[in-house]
Design a protein around this ligand. Structure first.
Ligand SMILES: NC(=O)c1ccc[n+]([C@@H]2O[C@H](COP(=O)([O-])OP(=O)(O)OC[C@H]3O[C@@H](n4cnc5c(N)ncnc54)[C@H](O)[C@@H]3O)[C@@H](O)[C@H]2O)c1
Length: 399
């Protein structure tokens, strides 16, 4: 399979890494001379970093599959999927889509990384608009797998489903945004949080560094593995509706006083900048990103909760690397075990991510003993015990 990446800046590179990691050939094309070659080198580094962090195998082979194309047409020739990642402007995107649609092999889906502009605003006049769709990634796409597929009114369900399947096959997590809406979903959620965070600082409720702590050490931990509705479902004895009945009115009351539609006062912005620079000098920002990456903070769940305090079972995320390809077989077996709530392929046929619920750490160790079954030897695991609000009955239900 081959992907064509058009526009090889920050996002195009991430897409290239995601496709290459999944075993695809990748052709890079950028309008700026030299940009695609720079991107190729950067993708190689990302792949090597991922391998070092245990997130993939075969980084060198994957890097060798990423090639700079001499022209847009050469990038598109033989492609099974095209991802546009040029700057966020409707005219720029429209012009690029005209060219891509004219030259890409018939029927091949073409995704746009647009993060704010609805497809209707730049795809309506493209002759092959039926196969052109907004596929908005998180940044960086190879580490944050969600992709918002945002169909325009003309799209057929079958095409959207096909795009979802294709993205899933490379390890991304596509979601369908059912109607074109400003900011789609991810950025709307982020906007609600960020605007309220700034309003809280502006209102003197909290210092910037403490605001970050609240997110990192509470909601961030929870939301790293469980969405808000899943949490609500578990946080009342009779599930989601019960939670809504018990706590809905408090959310309504708080909602009325949220600062999510307030402008960002410059004084608050200055205070936040000052606080950030105290923590991280400007020149250290890039280095910090790298350190976070190297230490695995970004890729791995590194969270521990006090189980005794919670008095509940352990919920653990376990990444399993198999010695030989065979993730499908291993998955079949693992999901039949009572402790395993979920089992997902991460990429390729070697990596699995398990969500397990165990009585204690020895139970976990037993589960992770060096052999999963038969020939499916485990080379390495990374385990993170997260927390549990699970109780026995809910455990059964969630399975
Ligand atoms: N940066 C983010 O956090 C983020 C997250 C999700 C989506 N996006 C979206 O992804 C897209 C790309 O963003 P980015 O951050 O990678 O930008 P970027 O500026 O890093 O990269 C854009 C690349 O497109 C190239 N380009 C410009 N015109 C072109 C053309 N006509 N043909 C081919 N290449 C062309 C540029 O030379 C540049 O290399 C935008 O739509 C953006 O909104 C960005």
């Amino acid at each position: 399979m081959r992907a064509a990446i058009v526009g090889t800046g920050l996002i195009g590179r991430g897409w290239a890494a995601a496709f290459a990691r999944a075993g695809w050939d990748v052709r890079l094309w950028d309008r700026e001379p030299g940009a695609a070659e720079t991107a190729r080198l950067a993708v190689g580094l990302s792949l090597a970093d991922m391998a070092e962090a245990g997130l993939m195998a075969g980084a060198e082979e994957a890097a060798a599959r990423v090639v700079v194309a001499g022209s847009l047409e050469a990038a598109l020739a033989g492609a099974d999927y095209v991802q546009e990642s040029v700057p966020e402007h409707p005219d720029t995107k429209r012009a690029v889509f005209e060219l891509i649609d004219a030259a890409a092999p018939e029927g091949v889906p073409i995704g746009s990384s647009s993060s704010t502009i609805a497809g209707s605003l730049f795809l309506s006049d493209i002759p092959g608009r039926a196969r052109c769709i907004v596929a908005h990634p998180a940044n960086p796409p190879h580490l944050m797998p969600v992709v918002e597929l945002v169909p325009s009114p003309w799209h057929e369900e079958a095409f959207v489903a096909r795009a979802c399947t294709l993205l899933e096959s490379i390890g991304q997590v596509p979601v369908v945004v059912r109607r074109e809406i400003e900011g789609f979903v991810m950025n709307r959620l982020q906007t609600a949080v960020v605007n309220e965070a700034i309003a809280l600082v502006a209102g003197g409720v909290i210092e910037p560094a403490d605001l970050d702590k609240v997110m990192k050490h509470s909601l961030g931990l929870r939301w790293a593995f469980m969405g808000p509705f899943e949490t609500m479902d578990l946080n009342a004895p009779n599930g989601f509706q019960d939670y809504a009945a018990r706590y809905g009115r408090y959310y309504q009351a708080m909602g009325r006083s949220l600062g999510v539609a307030e402008p960002w006062p410059s004084e608050a912005l200055e205070r936040i900048e000052e606080s950030r620079r105290e923590e991280t000098p400007r020149e250290a920002v890039t280095e910090r990103m790298r350190k976070l990456y190297k230490s695995g903070v970004i890729e791995h769940y590194t969270v521990r909760f006090n189980r005794e305090m919670l008095g509940l079972k352990l919920l653990a995320f376990v990444q399993v690397w198999l010695e030989h390809a065979g993730a499908s077989k291993a998955k079949e077996y693992l999901i039949s075990l009572p402790q395993v709530l979920e089992c997902h392929h991460i990429a390729g046929d070697y990596d699995l991510l398990l969500k397990v619920l165990v009585k204690d750490t020895s139970d976990l160790e037993e589960l992770l003993s060096n052999r999963i079954k038969g020939s499916l030897a485990v080379t390495r695991t990374s385990t993170t015990i997260v927390m549990s609000t699970y109780k026995e009955d809910i455990n059964i239900r969630s399975k």
